[in-house]
Design a protein around this ligand. Structure first.
Ligand code: ADP
Length: 228
């Protein structure tokens, strides 16, 4: 479902962030992306949702060559993915309900079905009772759960998370991981860049380690492998 062939990314300032990436990730996999700061993890992730274009090489998602997609078709590509950031990125003036409903691609949906789906995902992340709250009234962990609800409301095939627990305390991070595991158990592919040695070494998944823009390790049920 995700296939990268000889992917390079050089920024305008001449820095090469990705230096020949070859990787294949199947539907339903749960993959951690690890590596030191500056290794290229974010660049790798940004290529997937076409925040960045590769300088060279090909990147297929669901048999589509993402590097060739026209700008106007990028929203269509993103319909199949949910993206989660370290800093949540919720809309502060919208309620929790509205933040999630806003992301829902409403294609001939009745108001009743929209409400049903939004409440369903808020229930999944344990926040049904806070639908009327605003982001500022929620803890960091709760805000991240809203951003997960928003990411999955369209039932994407892939969820991409860039350091989703980076701003959270350890206990809250485990809650977030339980939500990711539940989403993964329903068949959604999860790619998660992380610095959390504890999480990677406890909830064992495929580990792809990137250093200097190259994949230096790719192991099923791997370890974090760095001191942190
Ligand atoms: P990581 O997520 O592993 O910390 P990044 O992908 O953010 O790594 O960065 C990889 C390299 O690319 C670093 O040397 C970083 O300084 C550089 N880089 C990242 N974003 C940009 C950018 N927009 N312009 C120029 N260089 C960048």
């Amino acid at each position: 479902m995700i296939l990268m062939k000889d992917v390079y990314k050089t920024y305008d300032n001449g820095v090469t962030a990705l230096n020949g990436i070859n990787v294949e990730i199947g539907q339903g996999e749960f993959v951690y992306i690890v590596g030191p700061s500056g290794a290229g993890k974010s660049s790798f992730i940004k290529l997937l949702y076409r925040e960045l274009k590769p300088t060279r090489g090909t990147l297929y998602i669901n048999n589509k060559d993402v590097s060739q997609i026209k700008e106007k078709d990028v929203p269509l590509l993103r319909r199949d993915m949910g993206v989660i950031f370290q800093d949540f990125r919720l809309l502060p003036k919208l309620s929790i309900y509205e933040n999630v409903a806003f992301a829902l691609e409403v294609i001939e949906e009745t108001p009743r079905n929209i409400r049903k789906r939004v409440m369903e995902v808020l229930d999944l992340v344990g926040l049904k009772n806070k639908a009327r709250f605003f982001p500022s009234e929620l803890s960091g962990g709760e805000q991240q759960r809203v951003s997960i609800a928003r990411a999955i409301v369209n039932r994407p095939k892939i969820v991409i998370a860039d350091e989703p627990t980076g701003n959270l305390d350890p206990e809250t991070s485990w809650d977030i991981m339980r939500v990711f595991e539940e989403i993964n158990n329903s068949g959604t592919t999860i790619l998660m860049a992380t610095h959390s040695k504890e999480i990677v070494n406890t909830i064992k998944k495929r580990v792809i380690a990137i250093e200097d823009g190259m994949i230096v390790r790719d192991e099923h049920r791997g370890d974090y492998g760095y001191e942190s």
